[in-house]
Design a protein around this ligand. Structure first.
Ligand code: NAD
Length: 476
């Protein structure tokens, strides 16, 4: 069985205990990872602090060149990394609509290169006979990165690369459910980066590693992607030392379908943006509002697509949807389904686990629900979609906005300009027209309301890893 070490100050670090990493397609462990503790967090933060002076002082061009080399290393190890991502997440190698481990590793590579090329220009506010006033962006120090299990490698890249690009050093803590591909990435990067610049600490479920990292006085900033519940705890802990925070939290994204769409064509797109990665993506479509005039036709089409989807082990090339990533998540989906039944939900397909030892659940479409049940009000994070009927568009917008989450939203119509005007009324950080969840490395992405604080990607995202310093030079 593969054993995953931590990596601190450029050196592999083993622990006296290990915890198993489960392949969700089989329910059996395929690797074990070092069960770190607070002493490892102390060592990693100390190493990152030592490395900070040299790394932040390095000319930008050198940091950029090293990050491009990291991108090239990811590319050179693509098949191996894809295999690891599939084994630990269950995500298919190819996946529904091409959203699978290949996209995760390819995206990790693309984000690395695009982010390496981003600039942090000096802004000149004033330059006259009296004075020159410049605004500089400075690295913060040690960044703590805490990642979830749904896109483990991609999200590690989203955290680590902009942090390093801006001149910070990093201590990364992956989810206990998916530390394997991330550990391999950190190993590859450490063959390129100076020791201490990027450190990895792993901890078992419920261990002291996450809380110790968040509370550590040597950490300047936390970037966290995960559930809103954990985000709240992290924000509370960070308050003690006023750490900077970026929180990318849960979502319950609404999509609104106008009556003028081509039902068959739009159903295929809606199915893909809802069910890829089994719905386990923060910006998957999670509540679908459909105009009453096309409601039954669209429900039937979505149910047809869900029944035909190929569910299986992600290592098989034909698999479109793999297992749910973990047993707790599967139990939550079963609870949501039971609650939906109790609230009069009409199950058009699925609604049950599939046989076998893996965590498989049949893709499920539920009609006739309204707000007031868990499947509509909360984030399901699984392969089960509530399709909700609406009569007029103001009502649909109001119901879509009547939720504590505010990550993304979408409007689907034959008239993109009219749809964009409606989309602008949605209370969320990203709006897509005739698309959902499509992120890119040069455009900001983040949540409002309880979906988070701050953004990632592009220059806006890079700026979050810096503080502003105003420099005023008197000329007379
Ligand atoms: P989670 O909150 O359970 O865990 C995330 C990470 O936090 C893990 O590494 C975990 O070990 C760590 N952690 C748990 N308790 C901690 C504590 N007290 N202190 C410090 N660290 C702690 O989330 P998850 O179940 O792994 O991820 C799924 C959630 O992530 C979903 O809600 C999803 O919407 C969200 N998500 C959001 C985005 C986004 O960009 N907004 C992207 C992906 C996932």
């Amino acid at each position: 069985m593969k054993t995953i070490s931590m990596l601190i100050d450029g050196q592999p670090v083993v622990a006296s205990q290990h915890f198993p990493v489960i392949n969700p397609a089989t329910g059996a462990a395929f690797a074990e990872a070092a069960a770190g503790d607070a002493t490892h967090v102390d060592a990693a933060v100390a190493a990152a602090r030592r490395a900070f002076a040299g790394w932040s002082a390095r000319p930008e061009g050198e940091r950029q060149a090293l990050l491009h080399a990291v991108g090239a290393a990811i590319e050179a190890h693509m098949p191996e990394l894809m295999q690891l991502v599939t084994l630990e997440t269950g995500k298919p190698l190819n996946g529904l609509g091409g959203v699978g481990a290949g996209m995760e590793v390819g995206g990790a590579m693309a984000w690395t290169h695009v982010t390496a090329d981003l600039a942090l220009p000096v802004e000149v506010i004033q330059d006259n006979a009296e004075a020159r006033v410049e605004v500089h962006r400075k690295a913060l120090g040690v960044v703590a990165s805490i990642t979830p299990w749904n896109w483990p490698l991609m999200i590690a890249i989203w955290h680590v690369i902009p942090a390093l690009r801006a001149g910070n050093t990093v201590v990364l803590k992956p989810s206990e459910l998916t530390p394997v591909a991330t550990a391999r990435f950190v190993e590859l990067a450490n063959a390129i980066l100076p020791p201490g610049v990027l450190n990895l600490v792993t901890g078992a479920a419920g261990s002291a590693v996450g809380p110790a990292l968040v509370a550590h006085p040597g950490v300047a900033k936390i970037i966290f992607t995960g559930s809103t519940a954990t985000g709240r705890k992290i924000m509370a802990s960070a308050a003690a030392s006023l750490k900077r925070l970026t929180l990318e939290l849960g979502g319950n994204d609404a999509g609104i379908v106008l009556p003028d769409v081509d039902v068959k064509a739009v159903a295929e797109k809606l199915f893909a943006v809802t069910f890829h990665n089994n719905g386990q993506t923060c910006a998957c479509l999670k509540r679908l509002y459909v105009h009453e005039s096309i409601y039954e036709a669209l429900c039937a089409e979505l149910a047809r697509l869900a029944s035909q989807a190929v569910v299986g082990d992600g290592l098989l090339p034909e698999t479109q949807l793999g297992p749910v990533q973990n047993a707790m998540q599967l139990a939550k989906i079963e609870e949501f389904a039971a609650d939906a039944r109790a609230h009069g939900g009409r199950f058009l397909c699925g609604g049950e686990r599939l046989p076998g030892s893996g965590y498989f659940y049949a893709p499920t479409i539920v009609a006739d629900l309204v707000e007031g049940c868990r499947l509509v009000d909360e984030e399901q994070f699984g392969p089960i979609l509530p399709v909700i009927k609406y009569r007029d568009i103001d009502e649909a917008v109001r119901r879509a906005n009547d939720n504590p989450n505010g990550l993304g939203g979408s409007v689907w119509s034959a008239d993109p300009a009219a749809a964009a005007a409606i989309g602008r009324r949605l209370e969320c950080g990203s709006v897509w027209i005739n698309q959902h969840g499509a992120v890119q490395p040069d455009a900001p992405f983040g949540g409002i309301k309880q979906s988070g604080i701050g953004v990632g990607f592009g220059e806006h995202g890079l700026a979050e890893f810096t503080s502003l310093q105003t420099l005023k030079i008197m000329k007379s």
